[in-house]
Design a protein around this ligand. Structure first.
Ligand code: LMR
Length: 408
């Protein structure tokens, strides 16, 4: 009955995790999936989350009832403020339509379904080259066409700004561009604020629709506002006048990976339009109802508890600094070991110039293969390393192993 079906290779990231889990070597190191680990290599439940859970479970109205199709309203309201800012003009002018989603992936999927059905422009989605492995298949599964814009210059290990701008200019007017709001996955390389301004101005000139994928707000710099620069610049000053879609995940910045907490926010234009908002909201509801009935409650109630309680919110902001500063410290340790003590051939400054969870190390697939086989160090074959997997106990081992495979 399924004559064309073929077994696919394992997912690059989850397949890697399965190999790591199955490896019996005790000194193994996981630099694969982007999930924060503390300095002893363990998953970290954020203190803000622990306190919010206790508060939520202890409250009189705690239950496991269905949420509405839109999601948990107190969560959605605060989630929009986290990404757009407390004083967002778009929010005060009632120009934002929000819907709770199955984290960032679910938001991207809903964005794809929505644009496919209702966007009347050029439905090609431009993705950075390289990008998160899942982006392409999320949109292609929906039958949408996917194209690329240059992003990473492998020779200089820096942003290919010219290539990026040229593609914005040459793409058919009204195409769709997916941008990583901060902490670009997999390269860890973000445009500077001046580069963002140039990029967003060109996107506006070509009337491209913009999807912001915001999976790491607070992770790059430890500061929610700074990490939302690209989004707020585009929206606050109405730089982008075409529709803007924001896909927001709380998986990483709340360390709630498995709870699938996220939202999609659509800003249809620069002028308030209540009836359009209502139509969009009802269509998003229909997509959610037909696919997942209604969004998961537990994670969104935890995040809502944090965002609606000033003490917990402050604790969360401290937790973001704890995570981002530990990652930055590990970047410096690794870079210093390679460039200093070990004198490993090559320049390793990109490790400290990059930001967020990942470093695009520049290691080749062969080197990555040898790291796994000989040294039990796991990273994706593109050379992307999750810096969060480094700690004081394993960073020297990792540096020495990198040195060995580079010289091999
Ligand atoms: C990653 O890129 O490692 C994370 O976003 C996890 C995932 O779902 O791929």
């Amino acid at each position: 009955y399924f004559p064309t079906i073929k077994e696919l290779p394992p997912d690059p990231l989850f397949g890697l995790k399965a190999r790591y889990n199955a490896d019996p070597r005790t000194e193994k190191v996981d630099l694969g999936i982007g999930a924060y680990r503390d300095n002893s290599g363990k998953p970290w439940i954020l203190p803000a989350v622990k306190q919010a859970e206790a508060k939520l479970i202890g409250s009189a109205d705690y239950n496991h009832e269905y949420l509405s199709i839109s999601g948990f309203e107190p969560f959605l309201k605060q989630a929009a403020k986290v990404i757009l800012g407390d004083n967002s003009k778009a929010l005060s002018e009632n120009r934002v339509v929000s819907q709770q989603s199955l984290s960032g992936t679910g938001a991207l999927h809903v964005a794809g379904v929505f644009l496919k059905e209702f966007y009347n422009g050029q439905k090609t989605i431009y993705l950075s080259k390289p990008t998160w492995a899942n982006h392409k298949q999320i949109f292609e599964n929906l039958g949408l066409e996917v194209a690329n814009y240059p992003y990473w210059n492998n020779d200089t290990k820096s942003l290919d700004l010219k290539g990026f701008l040229d593609t914005i200019k040459s793409a058919p007017t009204g195409s769709i561009f997916l941008l990583h709001a901060c902490a670009h996955n997999p390269t860890g390389l973000d445009p500077t604020q001046d580069e963002w301004k140039q990029l967003l101005h060109e996107l506006d000139i070509k009337k491209h629709v913009v999807i912001f994928d915001s999976a790491y707000q607070g992770f790059a710099s430890g500061n929610l506002e700074k990490d939302a620069f690209s989004i707020r610049y585009a929206i606050d000053q109405s730089i982008i006048k075409t529709p803007i879609v924001i896909c927001q995940s709380f998986a990483k910045n709340c360390g709630m990976y498995g709870e699938r907490v996220g939202a999609i926010h659509i800003i249809p234009g620069v002028e308030p339009n209540e009836s359009l908002n209502k139509a969009i909201k009802s269509q998003l509801n229909k997509i959610i109802r037909s696919e997942i009935s209604n969004p998961p409650a537990y994670g969104s109630k935890i995040v809502s508890t944090i965002l609606n309680d000033p003490t917990l919110r402050k604790q969360w902001e401290d937790d973001l600094v704890t995570m981002s500063s530990r990652i930055i410290k590990m970047r410096y340790k690794l870079r210093d070991l390679l460039s200093g003590e070990l004198q490993t051939p090559g320049n390793w400054d990109h490790i400290t110039n990059q930001t967020g969870m990942f470093s695009f190390t520049g290691l080749t697939p062969d080197m990555v293969g040898r790291l796994e086989k000989v040294h039990a160090i796991y990273l994706v074959s593109s050379g992307r390393a999750s810096v969060a997997g480094l700690n004081d106990n394993n960073v020297e081992k990792v540096a020495k192993a990198i040195d060995e495979v580079v010289r091999f």
